[in-house]
Design a protein around this ligand. Sequence first.
Ligand SMILES: NC(=O)c1ccc[n+]([C@@H]2O[C@H](COP(=O)([O-])OP(=O)(O)OC[C@H]3O[C@@H](n4cnc5c(N)ncnc54)[C@H](OP(=O)(O)O)[C@@H]3O)[C@@H](O)[C@H]2O)c1
Length: 355
Amino acid sequence: MGEFGFIIHPVTGARDMARKYPLARVLPEFVLEQIVKRMAPKPVSEITGVRGAAGAPAHGWFVGCPLTPRQFVSLPTEFVLSKIIRAAELAQELGAKVVGLGAMTSVVGDAGFTVARNVDIAVTTGNSYTVWTAVEGAKKAAALMGADISKARVAVMGATGSIGQVCVRLMAEQAPSVMLIGRNEVRLAEIAASVDGKAEIRYTTDPIIGLRDADIVITVTSAVDTVVPGDALKPGAVVCDVARPRDVSKKVAKERPDVLVIEGGAVEVPGPVDFHFNFGFPPKTAYACMAETMILALEERYESFSLGRDLSIERVREIGALAEKHGFKLAGFRSFEKQVTEEYIERVRRAAGKA
Ligand SMILES: NC(=O)c1ccc[n+]([C@@H]2O[C@H](COP(=O)([O-])OP(=O)(O)OC[C@H]3O[C@@H](n4cnc5c(N)ncnc54)[C@H](OP(=O)(O)O)[C@@H]3O)[C@@H](O)[C@H]2O)c1
């Protein structure tokens, strides 16, 4: 049986700890942050029932790395990394042969290399499959809105990041125009110059300029707060928010009924899977980075598949094919924790038509 571990942390702030410790609901956030900082990594729950191709089983553990998104970026990197490494060691002690780095645990430092050097099991950020699902999900959602990728203008926000860069490259093979949005102009220029394909490639550090003519937006920054300016979006735009914590605020859904914001990277897991822990998704649904870790376990392919900030397109395609082989598929679309129905899409289309 394939054995895996996956490291999680409170994503929306210290109060997210209430998913495991109900007392966290009543304590002030700043008190909770101090407690969280001092807590050691712990097993959170057992993951059972993952069944891949020909019924191949996988079994795993969620391991908690208690730090909030803000603490991941503001505390000293050595402290944060030592906590992630301890969580990965714990996964190893529980029997995992591959461990996935969830949300901010894959963003800190060198995106997994240091963690991989410090444990005797394979480590993956899960970012290759995240790219695959972000691109496929954004295209599918755009089709529901009546947009055809072969004619669409695409924008990628966080285009200098591990996931963002490869989203740019894949989109440039399919769309006529790709806009890279980021903070570092020099990096943006380097990435833009290295993109193959016929697409028109532009870049900007100004999200308002970058978003204004985009039909499809993939946003995947590691910002702690929301960064997508809702008023910059084009009527009828589809925004695939892959970031955790989110890049798009709930306010955007309220103020822009003419744009479709979907949660990127949600995947249906094959088999009678039970996470024994509610991380806010419907039953049998996981983040793509979790799914990549499960796929490697099902394949008993214990290698560090996705590490660092230079992912390869070949690996993205490979994990996409392996996911299909084992029966993983894009989950139904959700927008701010609600199912996206045909009626909802019709309402967005009508509002976009009026706008
Ligand atoms: N949904 C899923 O299944 C899934 C799976 C894996 C990861 N994720 C999430 O995806 C996000 C990105 O991960 P990654 O591994 O690609 O991270 P990464 O390699 O660190 O890249 C992050 C990108 O965000 C940009 N950025 C950081 N802070 C920003 C800010 N305040 N404003 C604007 N841009 C900012 C960075 O720009 P600079 O180059 O200027 O620093 C960089 O382009 C994270 O939120 C992570 O939790 C989701």
